[in-house]
Structures are given as C-alpha cells and as structure tokens.
Write a protein of this length. Structure first.
Lengths: 211, 98
C-alpha cells in the first residue's frame, strides 16, 4: 500500500480538524503545567497549514511538508510550532520529489520528523514531553512494518503505543519546557504535547484506513 | 560593531529591555527586536521569522549577540539561525545571560 500526496493532504486536514475539536481539552491540559495555550496555538497552526496546502497542491510531498513546517513555525507562536515545524521540515527532506510513499518511506519520513523534534527540543524519553509519545509510537511502527504487517495494522499499533506513551507522562516530573519550572507540581498531569501527538497519529490512522 | 537582538515572548518586554539597553549603548550598538508573535488573538509567543528579520537588520561580520527570555525563544532563535548562510551562522551567538 502506498500513501499518495492526496492522502498526505487528507492527513493534514484531519490533523486540523482533530486539534480544533480538542482545542479546549489541550489548553486545559496546558493550564496547570504550562501557559494554557497549547490547544489554541496548535489549532491556529494547523488551520493555517490547511489554508496553505491548497497553494502547493501541485507540488510533491516534500514541498507539502516543507510548507507545513514553515507555516507551523510561524503560525503557532509557541514551542509546539517549532517542534512540529521542524518535524515537517525534516520530513520534507525524506519526501523530496516524491508523490507517493511506500510503508518504509512513510516510516523513514516519520522517523526523520522525530529526529527534527529531538534536534530542536533536545528532549529524551522520560522528560514528560511529546517525545514520550513519539518514541514508542515509531518503535511500534518500525516493528510492525518490518514484520510485514499491512500499513493500517502497523499504524494502528503505532497509535496504540502513542496512547500508552501519552499516558506514561502523567506520573513524570517535567524536565523540559514551561512545566519544568513547576518541579514536582508537574507530576499527576498528562503532557499536552504528547496528547496532541496521539491525536495527530490517530488522524494518520484514519487516513490510511481510508476514512 | 556587534549587533544585539532581543527575543521575547512579549513585544512590550522586548521594548522595555531595549529602553534599558539604550541608556547604556547610547546609539553605538545596533539593536533589533523580535518580541511577540504576529497573531492578533494571541500576541504572546515567538516567531523565528521575526528573529531572522532582526538578525538581518543588525548583522555584520563583527557578529550578532542574541538574548532570549524563555524556552521557545531559544528554539525560535536556533530555527532562525538555521535559515542563514553557514558563514553568517558562525558569527551569531546565543547568549545565556541574563
């Protein structure tokens, strides 16, 4: 199964829809341990991406990712825009010139994107950030694809691992970001960035499931 | 002359710091601001495009010193630096003070 450029656009549209629908929830998560703007920021960012996507409709997936990355970096205004923005800029390099992606190429794209998040934010697993969702999610995706599972099955495993990773942030003490200033008070709260990561990967699952 | 770029989540905060700086440099040092984000409904934030514009406004081969307030200001500054030519990047310094 391949992912077409049209499906990548669909994924971005689903991302915009799901973060908009969960805007209040994401902001609520960001209130006790942050600056109470994650939902609003990320919704604005992806809305701007969808608006821009139509202007690069004729270009390849790499161009689409690059525009997405640059748009998120400016339109979001907070750390998540810079992190997700660099995700898509790194993904753009892998997808340069491509109009469709095999399962392996999608995996490489997402892994390159994760490296972009790590390069920008320098978080490791256990810091109570989106990396606590991305790392297990992409490990599960790699395992499933290597085992020859279908793309929808592999992405479902990826989403399940992202959910587990997201929930694993609850008992952690934050070592990055605004939450890190709260010390022990950050314990007991789910990280908003890991939450939006789960939503974004679930949107990818809906896309590859043909939904 | 080394240029100064002030990156803040708040445009007001950047302007305030500039006022304090102005008393000391008295026009001898070029200072550019990259404060706040360009969104009417949420002006608090940082924008690497603004940081890049600020760097370019005061750039010389003597270098640019960037001061930042919180986490994502650092990420914005790093993202802006990556958009510069490598030979210019070598003259940009992200300052941990104050």
């Amino acid at each position: 199964m391949t992912i077409t450029k049209t499906q990548v656009v669909q994924w971005l549209e689903k991302c915009a829809a799901v973060v908009a629908a969960n805007k209040a929830y994401l902001t609520e998560l960001d209130s006790p341990i942050g600056d109470a703007d994650h939902g609003t920021n990320i919704a604005r960012g992806f809305a701007a991406v969808v608006a821009k996507a139509s202007t690069v409709a004729d270009n390849d997936i790499g161009q689409l990712c690059k525009v997405t990355g640059m748009t998120l970096m400016s339109a979001v205004g907070g750390a998540s825009g810079l992190l997700y923005g660099n995700f898509f800029l790194r993904a753009a390099v892998v997808a340069n010139g491509k109009t469709e992606l095999s399962a392996e190429e999608l995996l490489h794209l997402l892994e390159a994107g994760q490296e972009g998040i790590v390069q920008r934010g320098r978080a490791v697993v256990g810091d109570k950030t989106m990396i606590d969702a991305w790392t297990p999610a992409l490990a599960a995706l790699r395992t499933a694809i290597t085992a020859g599972q279908s793309l929808p099955t592999a992405v479902a495993a990826c989403v399940a691992a992202a959910e587990t990773g997201m929930k694993s942030t609850i008992p952690l003490q934050a070592r990055k970001g605004r939450a890190s200033y709260l010390g022990e008070r950050s314990i007991g709260h789910q990280d908003p960035g890991a939450t939006s990561t789960h939503l974004i990967l679930n949107a990818l699952l809906e896309t590859v499931d043909g939904g | 002359m080394v240029g100064l770029v002030l990156v803040s989540h708040s445009a007001l905060l950047a302007e305030g710091v500039q006022q304090v700086v102005a008393q000391m440099v008295q026009g001898r040092v070029p200072v550019a601001l990259a404060g706040g984000a360009a969104h009417a409904e949420e002006p608090i934030g940082t924008d690497p495009v603004r940081v890049l514009a600020a760097i370019e406004a005061v750039y010389s081969d003597d270098g640019v010193l960037i001061l930042m307030d919180l986490g994502s200001a650092i990420m914005s500054a790093e993202a802006a630096m990556e958009l510069l030519a490598p030979e210019q990047q070598a003259h940009i310094y992200l300052c941990e003070a104050p």
